[in-house]
Design a protein around this ligand. Structure first.
Ligand SMILES: Cc1ncc(COP(=O)(O)O)c(C=O)c1O
Length: 396
């Protein structure tokens, strides 16, 4: 019950135990096409270039940024938590002239602040995190696409922590590039990064196309200034996932099975229903920790549905409480980093673990462990408050 990774859905684990097939086996290429179509549903996009990048979520971020950014490009990175710092670092390593704007952890930017920063810095690209697990808040993105379009700026976001647990619409919100991971609300293991790219982003990336020497054929592009990573060169990755089937890398077959199953589960459930499930169980967890008498960190209005940060009560040792929860109840909750280290725990309700039984069990266990650690908690207050949320939802 931490901020991810969390337990994978058993259907995903079963899918990942299937036998391997060859890279160009018709069933493999059919799975690739099917996975592209499924993730169009997950991201709510019609983008042709919707595919998997092999590696954990940050592989998706690196691929998007290194492929979109030409050295010297100006990039605006608004930072409201740890993963904004990661975007800045990756953009800098890709050779961008990065302009960062920072606000206090636990808060989000207003659209006016972002537009002002765009006016000041005139970037080629806006790179911003959607939900930042380090602070548990989600940056509203719905107005930023129009702002970017008005100023001719490409718009990238990292939805690793938020996708499927919080409303997200790539096309309706004007996104040009979006990357994710499986290990949060998608209910899978880490190791594959679903991503989508608008026609405008594809145009920018393909203008830099340079096919590597050993697989180049007559008429293939060669560029004196290619994308600075071979592995994450999306112009070649697009050609691998497209009809050309360029022999770029060997797709991580087992991760493809897993990623495909995550998307099948979500598309079967319905994206809006999945978001509503996260909203309900997240609300029950929030009410529960408050019902125990714990204080919640961050701007509650912009809280992510799938993770809540609670202040560690005075006099209680972080490691002792998390250790007992893990050893005595088999429940993991998250610590935190940066300015929040030692100050808050992060408790997730996401993916396969966004369920009533997990919420109630976690609250019951937390009460006992906190009591043993000497904290004053409201007896029964956690489970009771969560039950009220479930009863209200059932009555609604
Ligand atoms: C918002 C966000 N971005 C990126 C990452 C990095 O993901 P990974 O560790 O899968 O590379 C995480 C992981 O927690 C995250 O929450």
């Amino acid at each position: 019950m931490g901020p991810g990774p969390v337990n994978a859905d058993p259907r995903v684990l079963r899918a990942m135990s299937a036998q391997l097939v060859g890279q160009y086996d018709p069933s493999m290429t059919a799975y690739m096409n099917e996975t592209m179509a499924l993730y169009r549903g997950v991201f709510k996009t019609t983008n042709e270039q919707t595919l998997l990048i092999d590696g954990t979520s940050r592989a998706g971020i690196e691929a998007a940024l290194v492929s979109l950014i030409s050295p010297g490009d100006r990039v605006l990175v608004p930072i409201f938590g740890r993963f904004g710092h990661l975007l800045r670092e990756i953009a800098e390593r890709a050779g961008a002239e990065v302009h960062a704007r920072e606000i206090e952890w636990g808060t989000v930017f207003t659209p006016a602040q972002i537009e002002q920063a765009i006016r000041e810095t005139k970037p080629a690209l806006l790179a911003i995190v959607h939900g930042d697990t380090s602070t548990t808040v989600a940056q509203p993105l719905d107005e930023l696409g129009d702002i970017c379009a008005r100023h001719g700026v490409l718009f990238y976001t990292d939805v690793t922590a938020s996708l499927a647990g919080n409303t997200f619409q790539a096309d309706a919100w004007g996104l040009d590039a979006v990357t994710a991971g499986l290990q949060k609300c998608l209910g899978g293991p880490s190791g594959s990064a679903p991503a989508t790219f608008s026609p405008r982003a594809v145009e920018v990336i393909n203008a830099r196309k340079s096919i590597e020497a050993g697989i180049r054929e007559a008429g293939d592009a060669v560029n004196a200034h290619p994308i600075r990573s071979n592995y994450f060169d999306l112009s070649m990755v697009f050609d691998y996932w497209g009809p050309k089937r360029l022999n770029h890398h060997t797709e991580a077959t087992t991760m493809l099975y897993g990623a495909r199953e995550c998307a099948r589960l979500l598309v079967d459930e319905g994206m809006d229903t999945a978001v509503e499930r996260h909203r309900l169980h997240g609300a029950a967890m929030l009410a529960g920790v408050q019902g125990l008498g714990l204080n919640v960190f961050g701007d509650l209005e912009h809280r992510m549905n799938n993770v809540v940060a609670v202040h560690i009560p005075d006099g209680v040792t972080d490691d002792a409480v998390r250790g007992e929860l893990l050893n005595d109840f088999g429940i993991e909750i998250g610590t935190s980093f940066g300015p929040l280290r030692g100050l808050v725990w992060r408790i997730g309700t996401m993916g396969y673990n966004a369920r009533k039984d997990t919420v109630l069990t976690t609250l019951a266990a937390l009460e006992q462990v906190l009591r043993r650690a000497g904290a004053s908690v409201t007896g029964g207050g956690g489970v009771g408050a969560a039950y009220e949320v479930y009863q209200d939802a059932a009555g609604a």
